[in-house]
Design a protein around this ligand. Sequence first.
Ligand SMILES: *Cc1c(COP(=O)(O)O)cnc(C)c1O
Length: 360
Amino acid sequence: MSLTLTVDGPRWRHHLLSTVSANPGIVPVAKGNGYGLTIGRLARRAQWLDDHAEETGSPVDLLAVGTYSELEQAASRFDGDLLVLTPWRPFGVALEVPEALGGRVVHTVSRLADLTALLAREPRARYVLEQLTSMRRHGMTRRELQESADVIRRERLRPPVGVAQHLPLNSASHYGEASRLVNDVVASGLETRTVFVSHLTLDELARLRGAYADFTFRPRIGTELWLGDRAALQVRATVLDVHEVERGDVFGYRARSAPKHGHIVVVSGGTAHGIGLEAPTGDQSLKARAATLARGGLDAVGFVRSPFSIDGKLRLFAEPPHMQASMLFVPSGARVPAVGEEIAVRVRYTATGFDRIVVT
Ligand SMILES: *Cc1c(COP(=O)(O)O)cnc(C)c1O
């Protein structure tokens, strides 16, 4: 009945432990939909990782959440401190942190005005100063960082627990940028020697640690930790119904008609789970469409590729996914799955909500 994520527990836990071993000082990231696994489950797992500190050689004393709204989901399941990745602002949910949690929160501060506003409200607040990177999302420029350092010194404000760099994905190397940013920290005269980083390779981290021996580099890792061993994860949908159709038979919300003989296969998983339309198949030029039409290709009649596959072959949506189910068209000749059978689904984990998560 469900869209189910099955996690091969031993394999997944092994991957988690070895990722922590390879990344001492790691700050696991549990945000959004918890990478498909829910924030609560990841927070419990982060606690479990800390319980295995002797085995990995690295405690997990800090867990990152994305937003202030996510704090509570993590706080009851993880005992350590909680870093909020979204920068603090003098408005909204950032000002509504429950008192009981306040002492465990590490804020991210990305503007000088916010630094003074936060510390005026809460002089004992712990925070990291975010540096602007080539991402240009949030963060202080070199000059703003310098000004912040001056203000902290002059006004004897509580110094930051570290600085934070959020580097882009897939750039050839981050080493140059990361080391320039560390130089900015040194030049600013800030007291901290801790740098929180993202998306650096093990190699780049090792080079930074070598070049700046008095600094501690703490990688924030989400995807590579929780989803780094894809073979440990399996997503399956259930076949809920099967209807044989002849050419011209009408089906679906939009009363389309079947282009040829085959089966409508109704499976669990729809828009409410984050199942969406995929890009149209292949070459969409007129000539290519004419050729597929001549072959009797289904994409030419407007069927769109779905993420569901049967016997290893991706099947087409008979119509756009419904809220909790999807209708696929299986042309005659292909094996028709039985009601109750489970079939594979390709998903984007960060955008999928599962009905059931089973960790073996
Ligand atoms: C999401 C996020 C991360 C983790 O990113 P992954 O690609 O999932 O490892 C690290 N730092 C910041 C600021 C983030 O928002």
